[in-house]
Design a protein around this ligand. Structure first.
Ligand code: ADP
Ligand code: ZN
Length: 617
């Protein structure tokens, strides 16, 4: 097959996508990555959780001759992937330290015989096998999953990953594909440089997770918080979700309080034995436990695709953590809901933790990051715009899937107001912070302004009619809308983005939320009550009547099949596939093959039994 031209290789790739995974087309960025890989270009793919990274190397693995070696740091994830591939009829195996030696020997033999299409391997094992095993087989591609582990700047540095450059030296002709969901620029540079991947081969996907709803509640008292959570979960009874808490103690308290309200919930934290933790995690993955109250340690290395909600019982300490945690919901692409309880007292406590940091630079950075999550929660701008803006992506429209979009505050055309501030920022050469800009706009005569000659610039005093605290709020909104960035240094200097320039020059308009004396959030509570339905997957997917009954029946059947095969239920079919069956009600295997996510092997293996249930409905 390697004799084919790149474009016919790509046709072959599309055929495999349908045959093996049951999908009709690649997502745009997947297609870009796969084209590069098929052309033997070393590449780095940056995609959000649920973006479909695995397909990016699994498909080339099937198209190329030989075996693709996948480096992955988490044993649980490897197992999940191998189970999933085998369910789709692909010869895959995993080599890691947890394996009995006779099994490892079998896998090594299979690799040398050329019987494997994909071999997953832990990084420490890989370093050893570069010399011992890999040169004895035919490696078609190296896929390096969780590639941010290579960088000390990332949040999950693994020393063994720094040895991966040896792959490039020992196998100069085998392409490398690095993949990660961690977006920040320093880590990205580090990966490119250490693996010697040319900059132009970076494929950067949007980090927007449109299927996640974003909802924030401010300053709830403990009892009403628990009431609200209980109601939220009862609305989605039978669905899987995680409640993140700040302390070990609170995971247990919340689980206990929910249990008193009739909701079965299990606590999870680092103070438990590793056996206890493994058991809780497994029960969750296999759909035996639905609700987990956990510290942030929970969820790393979990690939479970049908997590339908993530609740933050406490305020998270930064946006990175928050996005990673909510990112665990809805990996199957179906709508999933997130709910953040923000409280000023959490902020006080988190600020104390940050103050304890010995390194002054770290202390400052942590406090700044805390301020950003505070802005996110208390702002009147579409939440997703703030979130994506924080990660460097400018959204020019509101998302329609957050609480601010659903209950918008009063808005006005803020273009002229914004232009005043933007102009002052340009005229002070992007060297000043919000306080100084506001003083200039309001025409302050304080000494520093006079000394710097700012009283001479054109915008001096043009914003005198707007009080300083309102200016603060509007500038904050301008940051959230992507007009400005604020530096992390002590000075908090404001800079203008490309979008900000367009607003300044009148090419784009912006809407600002009118700041009145009243908080707008109080009106939200009442609207959250929703009618009870039989199966509510999320705020978007309500199934009623026979649809709900059928979905439940399919789900029970999936669970039985999964138990028999000893794999997690979502490895058999995702929630999305089951929903597809409910909506399409296929009456033949041919109809069923049209539902996205059902490949040939699964159709043969499971199709009829699901059809029988649909027919019997
Ligand atoms: P990631 O590793 O980036 O978090 P996954 O590889 O687990 O994401 O994919 C997320 C989900 O998207 C999976 O359920 C997968 O089957 C599905 N998926 C991937 N590619 C496609 C595609 N081209 N069309 C439809 N669904 C896809
Ligand atoms: Zn929104």
């Amino acid at each position: 097959m390697s004799k084919l031209t790149p474009s016919s290789l790509f046709d072959e790739a599309k055929r495999k996508l349908k045959e093996v995974f049951g999908y009709d087309s690649f997502r745009p960025k997947q297609a870009e990555v796969i084209r590069q890989v098929l052309e033997h270009k070393d590449s780095l793919a940056l995609m959000p959780t649920g973006g479909g990274k695995s397909i990016c190397y699994q498909i080339p693995a099937l198209v190329f001759e030989g075996c693709t070696v996948v480096v992955s740091p988490l044993i649980a994830l490897m197992k999940d992937q191998v189970d999933g591939l085998r369910e789709n009829g692909i010869a895959a195996a995993a080599l890691n330290s947890g394996l009995p030696s006779d099994e490892a020997t079998e896998i090594r033999k299979a690799f040398c015989r050329g019987d494997l299409k994909l071999l997953y391997i832990s990084p420490e094992r890989l370093v050893f096998e570069i010399e011992n095993l890999l040169s004895r087989g035919n490696v078609s591609l190296f896929a390096i999953d969780e590639a941010h582990c290579i960088s000390q700047w990332g949040h999950d540095f693994r020393p063994e990953y720094t040895q991966l450059f040896k792959l490039r030296e020992t196998f100069p002709h085998v392409p490398i594909l690095a993949l990660t969901a961690t977006a920040d620029a320093i880590t990205r540079e580090d990966i490119l440089q250490q693996l010697r991947i040319p900059e132009e081969n970076l494929v950067l996907d949007s980090f927007d997770r449109k299927n996640l709803s974003l909802d924030v509640r401010l300053n709830y008292k403990k009892q009403s918080k628990l009431d609200e959570i209980a109601e939220f979960i009862q609305d989605r009874s039978g669905e899987s979700g995680i409640i993140y808490c700040l302390s070990r103690n609170s995971t247990e308290k919340v689980a206990e309080d929910l249990s008193k309200r009739g909701i079965k919930a299990t606590a999870y934290h680092a103070g438990m034995t590793s056996e206890a933790r493994a058991k809780i995690q497994e029960d969750f993955i296999y759909d035996r436990t639905k609700v987990i109250c956990a510290t942030i340690a929970f969820g790393m290395g979990i690939d479970k695709s049908n997590i339908r909600f993530v609740i933050h019982y406490n305020t998270p300490k930064n946006m990175e953590g928050f996005y990673q945690e909510i990112g665990r919901a809805g990996r199957d692409g179906l709508p999933a809901d997130t709910l953040l309880f923000y409280s000023d007292s959490d902020i006080v406590q988190l600020a104390k933790f940050a103050q304890d940091s010995k390194d002054p630079q770290q202390r400052h950075l942590q406090l700044e990051k805390l301020a950003r999550i505070q802005h996110y929660a208390t702002s009147l701008v579409c939440r997703r715009r703030i979130l994506l803006g924080y990660f460097g992506e400018v959204m020019e429209k509101d998302c329609g899937n957050c609480d601010i979009c659903n209950h918008p505050p009063r808005r006005f055309n803020g273009t002229i107001l914004a232009q005043k501030a933007l102009s002052a920022i340009v005229r002070t050469k992007e060297q000043e912070n919000a306080n100084m800009i506001i003083d200039i706009l309001r025409g302050s005569q304080r000494a520093e302004i006079l000394a710097k000659g700012y009283d001479k610039i054109k915008t001096f005093g043009v914003g005198a009619a707007t009080p300083a605290d309102k200016w603060q709020a509007y500038i904050q909104q301008m940051i959230h809308l992507g007009c400005l960035t604020m530096s992390y240094t002590d000075k908090k200097t404001l800079r203008i983005t490309e979008f900000g320039k367009q607003v300044l020059f009148g090419e784009k308009e912006i809407q600002l939320a009118l700041i009145t004396e009243q908080a707008v959030t109080s009106s939200r509570k009442a609207s959250t009550a929703t009618p009870k339905v039989s199966v509510r997957l999320s705020s978007k997917d309500n199934l009623e009547g026979s649809d709900a009954t059928l979905f439940e029946a399919l789900r029970i059947h999936r669970r039985n099949l999964a138990d028999a095969a000893n794999v997690p239920p979502y490895v058999i079919f995702s929630d999305k596939v089951l929903l597809g069956m409910v909506q399409e009600r296929p009456s033949s295997l041919k109809d069923m093959a049209n539902i996205p996510g059902i490949g040939v092997q699964k159709l043969q293996r499971y199709g009829q039994s699901f059809l029988d249930i649909i027919k019997g409905d």
